[in-house]
Design a binder for this molecule. Structure first.
Ligand SMILES: *[C@@H]1O[C@H](CO)[C@@H](O)[C@H](O)[C@H]1NC(C)=O
Ligand SMILES: *[C@@H]1O[C@H](CO)[C@@H](O)[C@H](O)[C@H]1NC(C)=O
Ligand SMILES: *[C@@H]1O[C@H](CO)[C@@H](O)[C@H](O)[C@H]1NC(C)=O
Ligand SMILES: *[C@@H]1O[C@H](CO)[C@@H](O)[C@H](O)[C@H]1NC(C)=O
Length: 294
């Protein structure tokens, strides 16, 4: 995807939307839109293809164990789309998160052909250019700059997530959770996941790159999350993830949840166009409140 390498730098935008690392509510963490292309309008072939694509992602993500990619259209109007749900959430939450991501993507990036939108529980991206199977190491980290972990835990915490990053790529769904027993009362919880269009080897490289890039930022923190385009990690001092999910189990079937889909409305209006100065660059915004994003 045409993505600027902005994500390894400190974000200066702070949005007080109640984002917290102390609970696992499903909030949007970031979105990224390509430069607006004002030929992307209601009724154009590209827009119709995009609508078909988004409908297809929403309809198929649960049946495909929380990961689905598809392509719609031909030649100049081709659109590639991908959706990944976090491996621990329910089929209902996966479906609902997908619908929320689609809605926000269309609201936040109405004229963009290349869009990525991160929620805690799912990651949606689409583009007019192929990105399937191509590992990207761009990522951003969210942590609270002053929420240091107990000094006794720090030497164990980072090796623990390093071990998790090494093990997750061997899992069939490139998804793994793990618990670190600090002592009788203290535990740390980790989770790692990759998109399933990349190989296990690329998954490992992707997670390793995150740990290298963000080690100084997250290595001594009690809570953190890292979001990329192909790999993701979470670390916290309570069990933030769900312990059993229907999504990844072999028995997973289409649930009534997919009937949540009531048609996706694509509205492109002049009132939502972003300013010219912002239009000159990729537009992005990430959310936090007090927690610092790198
Ligand atoms: C569905 O997702 C939206 C956000 O997109 C959220 O506000 C809502 O609470 C979710 N509904 C349920 C039942 O989880
Ligand atoms: C994708 O869209 C951008 C912006 O409109 C355009 O510059 C680029 O050439 C397009 N790529 C393809 C493969 O059509
Ligand atoms: C960040 O961590 C500090 C120290 O633990 C805490 O006092 C503060 O409330 C945290 N900030 C947020 C936004 O959670
Ligand atoms: C156990 O670990 C927790 C969390 O790190 C810490 O707060 C607590 O003091 C430790 N307890 C003992 C007995 O070492």
């Amino acid at each position: 995807m045409q993505i600027l390498n902005f994500v390894t730098f400190l974000f200066v935008l702070v949005y007080p939307n109640g984002f917290s690392l102390a609970d696992d509510t499903n909030v949007q963490t970031c979105f990224q839109c390509s430069q607006p292309d004002y030929s992307v309008n209601e009724g154009t072939t590209f827009q119709n293809n995009l609508k078909t694509l988004l409908d297809s992602l929403a309809s198929n993500v649960v049946d495909n164990h929380g990961f689905y990619q598809t392509i719609v259209g031909k030649k100049g109007n081709k659109v590639y789309g991908s959706i990944l749900c976090r491996g621990d959430i329910s089929s209902y939450d996966c479906s609902n998160c997908t619908l929320g991501a689609i809605r926000d993507a269309l609201n936040d990036c109405p004229n963009s052909k290349d869009v990525s939108i991160w929620f805690r529980w799912c990651f949606l991206s689409y583009s007019n250019e192929s990105f399937f199977g191509v590992m990207e190491t761009t990522a951003f980290a969210i942590t609270n700059d002053t929420d240091f972990d107990d000094p006794s835990v720090v030497p164990e915490g980072f090796p623990f997530v390093t071990g998790l990053a090494a093990a997750a790529p061997d899992e069939p769904f490139l998804f793994k959770t793990a618990v670190l027993n600090v002592n009788q009362s203290g535990k740390r919880y980790g989770m790692a996941q990759c998109t399933r269009d990349i190989s296990g080897m690329d998954c490992r490289s992707c997670l390793d790159a995150q740990l290298v890039n963000f080690r100084t930022v997250v290595g001594n923190k009690r809570r953190w999350e890292v979001y990329g385009s192909n790999c993701f990690m979470w670390y916290n001092d309570y069990q933030f993830y769900f312990s059993a999910s229907s999504l990844l189990s072999a028995a997973s079937r289409a649930s009534s949840c997919t009937r949540l889909i009531i048609g996706i409305v694509i509205g492109v209006t002049a009132t939502f166009l972003i300013s010219d100065s912002l239009a000159a660059i990729h537009f992005y915004r990430c959310f936090m409140s007090g927690d610092v994003m790198y």
